[in-house]
Design a protein around this ligand. Structure first.
Ligand SMILES: NC(=O)C1=CN([C@@H]2O[C@H](COP(=O)(O)OP(=O)(O)OC[C@H]3O[C@@H](n4cnc5c(N)ncnc54)[C@H](O)[C@@H]3O)[C@@H](O)[C@H]2O)[C@@H](O)CC1
Ligand SMILES: Nc1ncnc2c1ncn2[C@@H]1O[C@H](COP(=O)(O)OP(=O)(O)O)[C@@H](O)[C@H]1O
Ligand SMILES: [Mg+2]
Length: 291
């Protein structure tokens, strides 16, 4: 197995029990940015997953044309409309994201966002902020990053990248068919930047260059559109509750896969949908105390 000699494999982190007199302000404010006409569901899955993963408050920033659609999916998150055009976010969206991110404690960006000048501006703005706020990049945020020659210099230890092998090939240049080389590239990127890389797959690999772990949960029923969007939201929810970056990634992929395993017991692998993952997150979190 790659990197066993150079990285440590840590124990599964845990969320602390909640204080009886705690309130939503104690559990963080997540801002998720993404969605586009035709892919409004993706960022909604992320936002609903953040709520199911314990975030105190969740806001979704979407292209104006998607606002009503996204708002209609779930009553528990808030929605904000950003400037858009027919292709998704418009250039002016980046400055609005900068304003909105001031009141957030955790940022997540990418599901369903598409690539384009507006989306690229958002990714560059988020990367350039002088901030310690955790930041999760998935899907089209990764595709936007891959269009920057100096993308590694834009990364920081506060960031989690969640590529599937196709996205990691676009970023790292290492073929999706060579899993070992992809994992080695993830370790190297972690070492060079301090960022945590979540290289998804049947045994998702999590590394920050110093610590690495292969996830043990999940099943092929999760090979269906939207599963990764749910993971983005889970990670943001855990970060919002104060878990450190690598620990949130480690626990997040485990509980996401556990939700997939519980969903498969309930509906089978064939019918398993990303909505089923959302529905089984509560039981997955409850099962953690049995670990
Ligand atoms: N309900 C929705 O609105 C959904 C929107 N989605 C969005 O659709 C956009 C495109 O994302 P996609 O991931 O579909 O497209 P991509 O073009 O990024 O990825 C698809 C390709 O990546 C490769 N790949 C993926 N997983 C792999 C693996 N485990 N091993 C080897 N190769 C692998 C394959 O070549 C595959 O055809 C993103 O913005 C995404 O967030 C998807 O999340 C699906 C659900
Ligand atoms: N065969 C599998 N076994 C376990 N987990 C899987 C399997 N196939 C996919 N997954 C999980 O499902 C998610 C898919 O993510 P992604 O490809 O980004 O999907 P999407 O973009 O459609 O939401 C990842 O977390 C991945 O680990
Ligand atoms: Mg994805």
């Amino acid at each position: 197995m790659v990197n066993e000699m150079t990285t440590r494999s840590p124990a599964l982190p845990q969320l602390a029990p909640r204080d009886a007199d705690s309130h939503k302000g104690d559990y963080g404010r997540v801002l998720l940015i993404g969605g586009s006409p035709g892919m409004a569901g993706s960022i909604s899955l992320s936002a609903s997953a953040s709520i199911r993963s314990g975030a105190g408050l969740v806001t979704v920033a979407v292209p104006r044309r998607c606002l009503e659609t996204v708002a209609g999916y779930d009553r528990c998150y808030m929605t904000v409309a950003l400037p858009d055009d027919l292709k998704g976010f418009y250039e002016l969206a980046a400055s609005r994201v900068a304003q909105l991110s001031e009141s957030a404690t955790v940022l997540g960006c990418g599901p369903g966002m598409r690539t384009g000048v507006g989306a690229e501006g958002i990714v560059k703005t988020l990367c350039s902020q002088e901030s310690d706020k955790p930041l999760v990049f998935d899907a089209d945020a990764l595709n936007c990053l891959s269009q920057c020659d100096d993308w590694k210099s834009m990364l920081a230890p506060r960031m989690i990248l969640t590529p599937h092998p196709g996205e990691w090939e676009r970023l790292s240049g290492v073929a999706a068919s060579d899993r070992k080389a992809q994992e080695a590239a993830a370790v190297e990127t972690g070492k060079a930047t301090g960022a945590t890389i979540v290289l998804k797959g049947s045994k998702t690999f999590v590394t920050d260059g110093k610590k690495s772990v292969h996830n043990s949960t999940g099943n092929p029923g999760m090979a269906s559109g939207g599963s990764g969007d749910v993971l983005t939201g889970v990670l943001c929810g855990l970060l919002a509750q104060g878990l450190a970056v690598f620990e949130a990634a480690h626990l997040g992929v485990f509980v996401h896969g556990r939700a997939g395993d519980l969903a498969a017991e309930s509906v089978g692998q064939i019918s398993l949908s990303a909505s089923d993952l959302l529905q089984h997150l509560p039981a997955a979190f409850m099962s953690l105390s049995e670990q």
